[in-house]
Design a protein around this ligand. Structure first.
Ligand code: SF4
Length: 363
């Protein structure tokens, strides 16, 4: 466990290239030592941009009239998932806006079951591993998705500061409810991922250090963080000029945050996100050098991807083509790492905790 003061020292290195290099070397060494050189891939399918929430920073928030709303057909989603498995992906992330209505829940459950059925015996290892990311749901719904075959769940806290959370969400979306959802997911047995935005207006270094401590405290299995990138059609657009002016320092701070997360949570899976790539070319590979071990290439068809712009400048290129995967493989090899294409790539921290739990029960 690192103290708040120690985490802040790591984050301060973002302003000093020499120190940042040092932090990078340490984080990279800890990564290799604890989770190995392998990079795990998750094919990302953004199957619907319909959302019932109004997060102030998000481009697909309910009140934004501009995106063309879509919900992909089940057949299309299953076809995409099977194609991803054929190409060598062992895991995928099914993501959509948050909907709590019975029709959506039933559909999501069916899609999970169908993907498991279609890939279970044909593709190694035991078909596709499924990570779900469809927001806050009731415990009963989470249980249904788990029983259908999803075994990992991503739900970002966005910031561990209740004050800042309130500033970037409407009153009906509460910090307490987000925390409760994370606890429910853990209790069911999911590998749980969370994350924060870096560079939010009024966010302090203290807030970010507390975010890292939050990951330690809740003993999280997966982390996905990225720079805050403004979207013009959101209430937070009023801060966009100020945010853009700080982009370079937000980028370095994001890398330092990944390094701090790796040093504090050595066996956790950490994603290097698309937002890093958006803020700086090559940012995603840099994220791997600072301690990440997961990449989530886009698999959503490019024809609809323009309607899933959570933030401005999100890349719309097709990363699921064999050529792009090959390119990704080359980039990963260039930093002395390798793509893992024979495992789901589950969180070692999760496995470790599960074993410890079983051993306590035995004794
Ligand atoms: S961040 Fe997620 S829950 Fe919030 S508005 Fe965007 S899609 Fe909906």
């Amino acid at each position: 466990m690192l103290s708040l003061k120690e985490i802040k020292t790591i984050l301060r290195s973002a302003d000093n290239p020499e120190l940042l290099n040092e932090i990078q070397s340490r984080a990279e060494a800890i990564t290799i030592q604890n989770v190995g050189p392998a990079i795990y891939l998750r094919a990302l399918i953004e199957f619907s941009n319909i959302c019932g929430c109004n997060c102030y920073y998000c481009g697909i928030r309910k009140s934004n009239p501009f995106p063309q709303r879509y919900l992909m057909k089940s057949k299309e989603i299953i076809h995409l998932a099977v194609s991803a498995a054929k190409q060598g992906f062992t895991s995928l992330v099914l993501q959509s806006g948050e909907r709590k209505d019975p029709a959506f829940i039933k559909l999501t459950e069916q899609i999970i079951r169908e993907i498991k059925k279609e890939t279970q015996t044909k593709y190694l290892p035991k078909g596709l591993g499924i990570t779900l990311s469809v927001g806050e749901q009731t415990q009963e719904t989470y249980q249904r998705f788990f029983e259908a075959g999803a075994h990992r769940y991503l739900l970002r806290i966005e910031t561990s500061s209740p004050k800042l959370f309130t500033l970037i969400h409407p009153p009906e979306q509460t910090y307490t409810s987000r925390l409760r959802a994370l606890k429910n997911l853990k209790a069911i047995g999911y590998q749980v991922g969370t994350g924060v935005m870096i560079g939010l207006p009024s966010q302090t270094l203290e807030d970010l250090a507390a975010d890292i401590q939050f990951f330690q405290d809740i003993d999280i299995d997966m982390i996905g963080m990225g720079p805050y990138l403004p979207h013009p059609d959101t209430p937070m657009n009023c801060w966009s000029n100020e945010t853009r002016a700080r982009q370079e320092s937000i980028y370095h701070l994001s890398l330092a945050m990944i390094a701090a997360a790796r040093l504090c949570c050595p066996k956790t899976n950490i994603a290097s996100t698309t937002a890093l790539q958006t803020i700086a070319p090559g940012g995603r590979i840099q994220g791997l050098r600072f301690g990440a071990n997961v990449l989530m290439p886009q698999t959503t068809p490019s024809s609809i991807r323009a309607n899933y712009l959570l933030y401005e400048g999100k890349p719309c290129s097709d990363e699921n083509s064999e050529q792009s995967l090959h390119e990704l493989e080359k980039q990963v090899l260039s930093i002395g790492r390798k793509l893992s294409l024979d495992k789901w790539g589950d969180s070692l921290r999760f496995q470790e905790r599960k074993l410890a739990h079983q051993s306590i029960l035995k004794n």
